[in-house]
Design a protein around this ligand. Sequence first.
Ligand SMILES: Cc1ncc(COP(=O)(O)O)c(C=O)c1O
Length: 410
Amino acid sequence: MGHSAAQMSAIAAEQIARVERALASHGTREYPVAVLDLDFFDANAADLARRAGGTPIRVASKSLRVRALLERALEHTGFRGILAYTLPEALWLASAGYHDIVVAYPTVDRSALRRLAEDPAARRAITVMVDETAHLDLIADATTGVHLGGTPIRVALELDASFAPVPSVRFGAHRSPMHAPEQVSRLAREASARRGLRVVGLMAYEGQIAGVTDSARTPYGAAVRAMKSLSSREIATRRGETVRAVQEVAELEFVNAGGTGSIESSVAEDVVTEVAAGSGLIGPGLFDNYVGFAPLPALLLGFTVVRRPAPRVATLLGGGWIASGVPAADRLPTLWYPRGLTYAPQEGAGEVQTPVIGDAAEGLRIGDMVWLRHAKSGEPAEHATVYHLLQGEHITDVTPTYRGEGRMFL
Ligand SMILES: Cc1ncc(COP(=O)(O)O)c(C=O)c1O
């Protein structure tokens, strides 16, 4: 169960006391500042591993976008391999020595496919995702004239894991067009017949279970929980049938399933060999409201008060780090500390300034910090060039994000 409001307040007060002491003794002067609480990150990693119950967790890199954090996650027992989000990212990681990288989304980047084709070490390290013939054609184009020797391009097939209980109702992301097991086994057959390709894996991401909050004590919350329970039964049957059908065509090294929010139901399926997770390491705002687990908030964003336009209003410089997805209030950062602040209804979180309102604003002075949490895990790394790593009461390192390393993949 998610943390109660009182628990959240206690967590925030203890954490911010540590953060502010650490930044003061570190001499941090550059704001906004992103602080990654390693104690909470490690506790979250241990909790994910506990929930996975021995099924390996593949780290979803899009939810970190910081190499030092990918490495730290992979040092934890129970974690193995990377679920990358673009082929250029995977090639970059492979060139830095990472291996066992599955790219979770199809690529149409011909130059990246060509680089993959021409690099045997990358071909060994990386698996690309396909869900239709056009993807196979693009790979074939990119490999034309390249001698692949005994190191084929590794491909995985994505099964659509969405749930459509009746014809006009559908839950889940619009991802793969392959919903039926036969569609997947047909593409497996086609891929296996192509020169230089080897089908090695299957992936299906049940986003309607993994990525939808479910703890609301309302009719909506009850409906979400019912949908999840029906959907997990449906995908278990269909995923099992798909794996058996594909195994007649190809030898599968992995069957990847789920995300942070679906670990228990994903690992309960016999055919699933690994789960993917990333958000659960960070514990962003959107993961505060799940029934089955409660990650600790590991990533904090500190913005400074630069104006006091009225007694109960303090205005921050910046703050408008809005999350992707359907635009709504849940895409705003969570106002984490001081507790009890709200957004100004007509401004929200702004590009250059964010007024925060309430009794708690009364005590804020020019130069004070207000701490926010992003709604999503990986997107702050597109704003911040470095994360300050906090351990106990000390900043132990300042590490670059992908963006800080000059990399932008999406
Ligand atoms: C294929 C796939 N697996 C898993 C996840 C879940 O990642 P996380 O646990 O970071 O939310 C995602 C998120 O979008 C995904 O696209």
